[in-house]
Design a protein around this ligand. Structure first.
Ligand code: PEP
Ligand code: MN
Length: 341
């Protein structure tokens, strides 16, 4: 038993009664009140509920039906929630008809670069600013990010432009610091299965952008989302950023089939990052167009005023003018698939 669907006339007392029964079995409940029905999601090891106990719950008058979800992820599944989740971040609704574009440099390198990029991407139509203050670099000798100083720069750019900030959290020890500055916490590809980190952000009251792991299957990725959601934070945005395959001509293989597939499997919004997906700036715009056509709820794109000088990911960064061009090129495609930018 994973989901208990209540009759429309079920009262708060009925809900409390059912939650009490679940608690006795060591299970938690997530109550989601829809416009038509209230659904109780059962959280924990539901295999502990015997068939008799399940039938007893079914017999409660306020209960319409009791369902098992066969998939290993439950809270993240479409079966649990039919409508796409819309995540409202300072009035920007990710998962709505409008496609949101998150843009900015790979790393927060300096105040000058961030402020310039923020202004330029905002004027081209981006609705979020990105930039890493803590960078997961392959080499320990590469630039690791500015830490808190970088977070302060992002906050200043938000003050100036109004763009909400998306930034990566790498270590649970930094969570309080990052929460002070970020509007959306990014969990990077390399940390997608850092379960302690996932549980930590699951306790936060802040949207999470969960990037797909370098070699993660869709199921593993949704299980990572489930970790976050199991702690009560249901504001999870999935971000496809390419996976590792035999192909080395591009940095990764951008799996755009993940977008329509995820739309079937989960109610969570899906964003595509063509920058890390391809690793080459001149392939970013075509793949951004394709992502919009495939049904993405948003894009995440790296932009740098002078990519040659960038401290990380310069080769895949768009210059502000190319970013503007991308924004123009995705507009008619968004319209063709019933969306706007
Ligand atoms: C990034 O967004 O800059 C980043 C490090 O991405 P990923 O975790 O997808 O490699
Ligand atoms: Mn990057």
């Amino acid at each position: 038993m994973d989901i208990i669907v209540l009759k429309p006339e079920a009262t708060d007392t009925d809900i409390e009664h059912i939650i009490g029964k679940l608690k006795k079995k060591g299970l938690e409940a997530h109550v989601s009140r829809g416009t038509e029905r209230t659904i109780i999601g059962v959280i924990g090891d539901t295999s502990r509920v015997s068939e008799d106990e399940e039938n007893a719950i079914r017999a409660i008058e306020a209960v319409e039906s009791v369902m098992r979800i066969i998939k290993p992820y439950k809270l993240a599944s479409r079966e649990f929630k039919k409508e796409t989740t819309v995540i409202n971040i300072r009035g920007n609704r990710i998962g709505s008809e409008r496609i949101h574009v998150i843009a900015g440099p790979c790393a927060v390198e300096s105040r000058k670069v961030v402020l310039e990029v923020a202004e330029r991407v905002k004027s081209a139509g981006a609705t979020f600013l990105r930039g890493g203050a803590f960078k997961p670099r392959t080499s320990p000798y590469s630039f690791q990010g500015l830490g808190e100083e970088g977070l302060k720069i992002l906050a200043e750019a938000r003050e100036l432009t109004g763009l909400p900030v998306v930034t990566e959290l790498m270590d649970p020890r930094d969570i309080d610091l990052v929460l002070q500055y970020a509007d959306v916490i990014q969990i990077g590809a390399r940390n997608m299965q850092n379960f302690r980190l996932l549980l930590e952000v699951g306790e936060a009251d802040k949207p999470v952008l969960l990037k797909r792991g370098l070699s993660a299957t869709i199921k593993e990725w949704l299980m990572a989302a489930e970790y976050i959601m199991s702690k009560g934070n249901h504001q999870v945005i999935l971000c496809e950023r390419g996976i590792r395959t035999f192909e080395t001509a591009t940095r990764n293989t951008l799996d755009l089939s993940a977008v329509p597939l995820l739309k079937q499997l989960t109610h969570l919004p899906v964003v595509v990052d063509p920058s890390h997906g391809v690793g080459k700036w001149d392939l970013v715009i075509p793949m951004a167009r394709a992502a919009v056509a495939a049904g993405a709820d948003g894009l995440l794109v790296e932009v740098h005023p002078n990519p040659e000088e960038a401290l990380s990911d310069g080769e895949q960064s768009l210059k502000p003018d190319a970013f503007r061009q991308m924004m123009e090129e995705i507009k008619p495609i968004a319209k063709a698939v019933g969306r706007s930018v």
